[in-house]
Ligand binder design. Structure first.
Ligand code: FE2
Ligand code: FE2
Ligand code: FE2
Length: 184
């Protein structure tokens, strides 16, 4: 599954770097939310951290065969603050991916006929749109000092599709079956 074109190859590395950092950042912000008493927001962070890991894993597989050293600059905030502020960091990062990064990466992969990368970017883009909305809901609650209302979070292990309370019969993005979803 090696990539043929330099630009798509660069974008896959960059996306892998960004998703890897997002994964770790959300795990840390999740434990901070837990400490502040926001159990459900902590669960949302933990679940979405897993979705970002799915994205990182998909990009990593597409890089396949390229074992060169690579320096990657990944956009995104660093450090921890209060949960309300961490959620703003999450929203900003997801918005950057939805409005700038993935649309450009996706178009490039399409132009360069990189089918594997195209799929990997498409899967991520669709999930990040949902993440913006969910983090916004979480922040609205946290602003009022309340936890978010949810019973469970479900993540598609193929594409990272994210849904609250119950998994769909079939993933609307990649078609994976309900039983495959990972529950948090
Ligand atoms: Fe992602
Ligand atoms: Fe995301
Ligand atoms: Fe999926």
């Amino acid at each position: 599954m090696a990539v043929n074109n330099a630009m798509t190859n660069d974008f896959l590395h960059s996306a892998y770097g960004g998703e890897s950092l997002a994964h770790m950042r959300y795990l840390m912000w999740g434990s901070m939310a837990e400490k502040e008493g926001f159990k459900n927001i902590a669960k949302l962070f933990e679940a979405i951290a897993y979705a970002e890991r799915v994205h990182a894993n998909n990009h990593f597989k597409e890089i396949g065969g390229n074992a060169d050293d690579y320096t990657v600059t990944a956009g995104g905030v660093f450090g921890t603050a209060k949960t309300v502020d961490n959620l703003q960091g999450a929203i900003n990062g997801e918005l950057h991916e939805v409005e700038q990064m993935y649309p450009v990466y996706l178009k490039t992969a399409q132009m360069q006929s990189e089918k594997g990368a195209e799929k990997s970017f498409h899967f991520a883009l669709e999930a990040e749109k949902i993440h913006v909305d969910l983090f916004q809901q979480a922040q609205n609650a946290a602003r009022e000092g309340k936890d978010m209302e949810l019973t469970s979070v479900h993540i598609c292990p193929i594409c990272g599709h994210t849904v609250l309370d119950e998994a769909p019969d079939k993933c609307p993005v990649c078609g994976a079956k309900k039983e495959m979803y990972k529950e948090f």
